[in-house]
Design a binder for this molecule. Sequence first.
Ligand SMILES: Nc1ncnc2c1ncn2[C@@H]1O[C@H](COP(=O)(O)OP(=O)(O)OP(=O)(O)O)[C@@H](O)[C@H]1O
Ligand SMILES: [Mg+2]
Length: 218
Amino acid sequence: MGILKEKRTGIKSPKIIACLSQKGGGGKSTLARALAVELTKQKLNILLVDLDIQQKTSQEWSERRKQQNIKPTVNCQSFPYFPLELLKKNYDYLIIDAPARISQESLTIAKQANLIIRPVRPSLDDLNPAIREFNGLFKAGIPKSKLNFVINAVGSRAMEKATRDYLVPAEYYIFPIALEEKVSYQEAQNQGLSIGEVKYKRLQEQVKKLVKEILKKC
Ligand SMILES: Nc1ncnc2c1ncn2[C@@H]1O[C@H](COP(=O)(O)OP(=O)(O)OP(=O)(O)O)[C@@H](O)[C@H]1O
Ligand SMILES: [Mg+2]
């Protein structure tokens, strides 16, 4: 499909990574921004697609970044729905920062995406809905290979392990790097930085490793 399109139009279809979760506050925007910054640093032509038109948090973050003169500038736009015309644009990647709600739109995005990332917080209040959401997408025809969990905001190794153990029977891929719960991630994003640009080297490295793992799959 991608190759045919390339021959017909001379434009290669962008790869699409969607940060999806029906639950609010799990880390969709945090992960989407980290990916957008790393890909932009690799000189790739990307668009961070903010689909939460009510909150526009990633668009505001990218404007904060511009105001603070942080380089590279991250290309971000918000839309009320996923505009399929973006597929014909000459982007290398579209990073979708989805809104926290159930909608037909989630399925449209999931069908278009090459990779779906669902941040999961280590509590049953988030783990069970996360598994249900992926089961729903799988039943609707989305292949398991596209559906991936990132464990986010763990307070300890034991917590990470318990979360991983809980998710394993659902048989979706779980990225091997989990993100710790860190106030410095919030501080970074408040300043227009991504979590990969956080002030502590060890945390920077951890985020970079995770981003590398994600990009290996897409
Ligand atoms: N690992 C972490 N440690 C500390 N704070 C975090 C971590 N991950 C995310 N946060 C913070 O949690 C809040 C929610 O994260 P984020 O905005 O990325 O979630 P979201 O899924 O996009 O939320 P929404 O559904 O409202 O769009 C933000 O203030 C963010 O800075
Ligand atoms: Mg968000």
